[in-house]
Every structure is written in structure tokens, then in C-alpha cells.
Design a protein around this ligand. Structure first.
Ligand code: 5GP
Length: 191
């Protein structure tokens, strides 16, 4: 998506550990007009897939997921991060390793909001090693819901999460793909 690529080149900042910061429009301050267009783009890609639910993970996936859900006229459900001691049997849950914080945590979704027969599109801001997407897929499997695909705003292709999901047979679409980043030189190469 050209508009997103231009914005990444203009405002994206590379941090140590292959972290791309896009806080000025996606992860902290939100450019609602741009995210609205990204939601439209996701709708165009998956409009023939009978999507009836968007699933994401708190916190930074929520904004884009809501814009996408508005296009599909369907609910947006976000998995919550939970303490292990708090987990009841009214939720689906799985463990996820956080790329940006380097810790493991549990994500939960109430059984009320994810059901057998749902056609779920998973949406997130970033796709790196794929832990977040795989965790969300696991929640769908537990619910007996069908994953119609995964959509990421930004995929860091050199981290292989997207390609391993594609190898497993999932349809994965990314609005911008980072091929290379160099923290020292501050350079970003997009596909
Ligand atoms: P994964 O689980 O695919 O390894 O990483 C994806 C998750 O980690 C996303 O939910 C996102 O919040 C976070 N993440 C991964 N890489 C980056 C990055 O380069 N920048 C930012 N801002 N978040 C990232």
C-alpha cells in the first residue's frame, strides 16, 4: 500500500533489536485517516471470505482492527493479556512470547465472543516471528472457528513469521513489507 510505505519511509525509526517504531501514526499517536484507508485495503483483500469477526491482540492491534471491522460491518474482538492466576474456564487461552518486551504472557478471549462457525480474520499491526498471530490462531482453533486469513499492517519479512504461516497454508496479507532495516544507519528497505 503506497500511502503506508511513504509514511514508513517518512516517519519510521529503526531501533536496536530490529524494532521499527511507527509511534507517530500507528502505535501511539494514531493517524485515523490513514488507518481508515488501511481498513479499506484489508476489506478489499478479504471481502470475498465471508468474514464475520475480526480478532486482534491488545493493545496496538486494536485501532487497525476496528477500522477493518467497520468495513466488514462486523465485531472486532481483542484478546486480552492476562495473569495466569486470573484465568477462568469461561475463556480460551494460550501463551505468547512478546517480541518487543521479550517476555511470555497469556492471552485470553471470552468464550462468549469467539464461536464455532465464525469466519475470523486476524489483524495486527506488526508481523515479526509470528508468535502473536499463532496465539490468535490457537484461540480460534479452541473455539472451533475458521481462520480465513491474517492481515498485518507491517510485515518484517526477514523475521519469517509470515512465511511460516503461509507454509502452514494460511493466507497472510501485509500492507507493507520490510525487507531490511539497519539500526545504525537508520535505513529501511520496503518491498
Ligand atoms: P511476533 O509475535 O510476530 O513476533 O511480533 C508481532 C507483535 O510484536 C505485534 O503484536 C507487535 O505489537 C510487536 N512487534 C513486533 N515487531 C515490532 C516492531 O518492529 N515494531 C513494533 N512497534 N512492534 C512490533
Amino acid at each position: 500500500m503506497e500511502l503506508l510505505k511513504e509514511r514508513i519511509y517518512k516517519d519510521g525509526k529503526v531501533f536496536p533489536g530490529d524494532v521499527l517504531k511507527v509511534d507517530s501514526f500507528l502505535n501511539h499517536q494514531i493517524d485515523a485517516e490513514l488507518l481508515g484507508k488501511m481498513g479499506e485495503e484489508i476489506y478489499d483483500l478479504f471481502k470475498d471470505c465471508s468474514v464475520n469477526k475480526i480478532l486482534t491482540i491488545e493493545a496496538s492491534g486494536i485501532a487497525l482492527a476496528c477500522f477493518a471491522a467497520r468495513e466488514f460491518s462486523c465485531p472486532c474482538v481483542f484478546a486480552k493479556k492476562a495473569k495466569t492466576s486470573n484465568i477462568s474456564d469461561s475463556v480460551y487461552t494460550t501463551g505468547v512470547h512478546s517480541y518487543t518486551h521479550g517476555v511470555d504472557y497469556n492471552i485470553v478471549v471470552s468464550k462468549e465472543f469467539l464461536n464455532e462457525g465464525d469466519n475470523v480474520l486476524i489483524v495486527d499491526d506488526f508481523l515479526a516471528n509470528g508468535a502473536a498471530m499463532n496465539g490468535l490462531i490457537s484461540l480460534c482453533e479452541q473455539a472451533g472457528a475458521r481462520v480465513v486469513g491474517c492481515a498485518a499492517a507491517i510485515e518484517k519479512v526477514f523475521q519469517n513469521g509470515g512465511n511460516s504461516l503461509r507454509e502452514k497454508g494460511y493466507r497472510v496479507e501485509s500492507l507493507a513489507k520490510v525487507l531490511e532495516m539497519d539500526g545504525e544507519a537508520g535505513t529501511i528497505v520496503l518491498e
